[in-house]
Write a protein that binds this ligand. Structure first.
Ligand code: ADP
Ligand code: MG
Length: 504
């Protein structure tokens, strides 16, 4: 390869408890489309965010046209000809289409000291034309359908091409997962048209797409690049095998272990409302099922989860557990009725850091370990040892302070705590956020084990894909109300687009 337009050498990046990138090298040639694939959590988004200046590498080098550079911010990346379409969209719903496309670059439109709206709208209209999006640049993005927002996001990245002289590199992080086929075709046509001036990095889970559009493909696994190959000579089957790195795909979300929910209703919510958060929410939760709740920040799903677990109180509506009406004033009342919450912020709410693994595990079931006013430490230790072994928790001993364990192992301690307490309903709020891929699979296994024993799970997943993969049914929330109820049996899973259209 001649001097790459963009290259990274030996880059590593850690987040607390997980090494997201481990000595990664990666290069893009002029006019090239590079595919980047790997399972969830492999490190793909982190790699692109480092190229785009969102994150700084812990070690290693970034080179532009063969020169070592530091990319301190997305703005600086843009000025050196790099733009990104983010997996979690970066469009701001309260701004107009034109304002979003030129966010942070308003000074390009200043005339006589003021931003010229008409010039900005004219320039935006030009960019929208390129992606065949026939909308008014002055409309608010909140009023757009999800796929249209994604096309605005793409137009924003592509606008780099008309703003920067010379060659540009456009990073596309799963741009197609929310698009219909005709929009995907359009995007690919645009990519092919721009190739004399632009290079692309393209991430997708749809391997056919990756082979169709890419010249070369990088395969990532557990934070490492495990293979670089020409797209011409590769097949979908090859790529799949390289991604999972095992002969037999150890199926990620354990869909094969998903069982149909039993008819027995363990929790029933009827007309639950909390002012300013959610309103008139009704649903049944069955024994042994995983009920996913999908929704963006502000949809009300976090508040709903907290009300179900007694951390907050609803203003109206009723809640029944196994047929009996309940009203929780505090989390311990919910725990007493058999409802536990595994919060997203483990360090804040889920665990007591200066306590040991064993103490944390037995916390929610403490009365069982107390006799005549004293804690029965031997009993506590015995139960803790048992669960450490069952859940393969990596800890030097049950007496180790829980705060010193990795994120994935802390998460298992929280799950053990609620299993020991004997809950019937477990609410999991982002249970796999910030834990490594091996620990994620362990958590998925655990969820299947627990539901097989009849436990019912309410899941607020980290990604839509995770919600789809794990759930038997999915509720979609928007602006505090349920907008859709979808069945998600193995083999009949809804697509992300089917859910997204009810989410925003
Ligand atoms: P991919 O895009 O391939 O699914 P990511 O790059 O998003 O993978 O994530 C790689 C790993 O880094 C995962 O284990 C993920 O949980 C973790 N991770 C990513 N971003 C953060 C963050 N901001 N804080 C903590 N952990 C993170
Ligand atoms: Mg990603």
């Amino acid at each position: 390869m001649s001097v790459p337009v963009l290259e990274i050498r030996g880059v590593s990046k850690s987040f607390p408890g997980v090494k997201a990138l481990d000595d990664v090298s990666f290069a893009i040639a002029r006019g090239e489309v590079v595919g980047l694939i790997g399972e969830n959590g492999a490190g793909k988004s982190t790699l692109l965010k480092i190229l785009n200046g969102v994150y700084q590498p812990d070690s290693g080098e970034i080179l532009v046209d063969g020169r070592s550079v530091s990319v301190a911010s997305p703005r600086q990346a843009f000025d050196s000809g790099i733009a990104m379409v983010f997996q979690e969209q970066s469009i701001l719903p309260t701004l107009t289409v034109a304002e979003n496309i030129f966010l942070g670059r308003e000074e390009e439109f200043i005339r006589f000291g003021l931003i010229s709206r008409s010039r900005m709208h004219a320039a935006a209209a030009e960019e929208l034309r390129k992606v065949h999006l026939d909308i008014d640049p002055g409309m608010r993005c909140a009023d757009l359908a999800f796929a249209a927002r994604q096309m605005v996001e793409i137009a924003k990245a592509l606008s780099l091409n008309s703003r920067i002289k010379g060659h540009v590199t456009i990073l596309l992080d799963e741009p197609t997962s929310v698009l219909e086929q005709k929009e995907v075709d359009l995007l690919f046509r645009i990519i092919r048209d721009l190739r004399d001036r632009a290079s692309f990095v393209f991430i997708s889970h749809r391997l056919e797409e990756v082979l169709d559009i890419s010249d070369r493909v990088y395969v990532m696994r557990d934070g490492k690049v495990v293979k670089e190959l020409s797209a011409r000579s590769a097949s979908v089957k090859d790529l799949h095998q390289l991604m999972v790195g095992r002969q037999l795909h150890h199926e990620y979300y354990r869909e094969a272990r998903q069982v149909p929910p039993s008819p027995a209703v363990v929790l029933a919510a009827e007309g639950l409302s909390r002012h300013g958060a959610f309103h008139d929410v009704s649903f049944d939760l069955h024994e042994g099922e995983v009920l996913g709740i999908a929704g963006v920040v502000g949809s009300g799903r976090e508040d709903l989860a907290r009300c179900l677990a007694g951390h907050r109180r609803p203003d109206s509506g009723t809640l029944h557990i196994a047929g009996a009406a309940v009203r929780f004033a505090a989390p311990h009342e919910a725990a007493g009725a058999g409802v536990g919450l595994v919060p997203a912020e483990r360090k804040v709410e889920g665990l007591v850091a200066p306590f040991s693994v064993a103490e944390n595990m037995t916390l929610a079931a403490l009365p069982r370990f107390v006799s005549h006013g004293a804690i029965r430490f031997a009993a506590e230790l015995g139960v803790a040892r048992d669960w450490i072994e069952r859940l393969k928790i990596k800890t030097p001993s049950p007496d180790t302070m829980v705060g010193s364990l990795s994120g994935g192992n802390q998460q298992k301690v929280v799950l053990a705590k609620w299993r020991i307490a004997g809950v019937r309903v477990l609410i999991l709020d982002h249970p796999t956020r910030g834990i490594d891929v091996g620990a994620k699979e362990d958590v998925y296994d655990l969820i299947r084990d627990m539901t097989a024993e009849g436990l019912a799970v309410i899941l607020l997943g980290d990604t839509l894909e995770e919600v789809i993969g794990l759930s038997s049914r999915i509720l979609v929330m928007r602006d505090g109300a349920i907008t859709a109820r979808l069945d998600a049996p193995p083999g009949g899973k809804p697509r992300q687009v089917d859910i997204l259209r009810h989410m925003v």
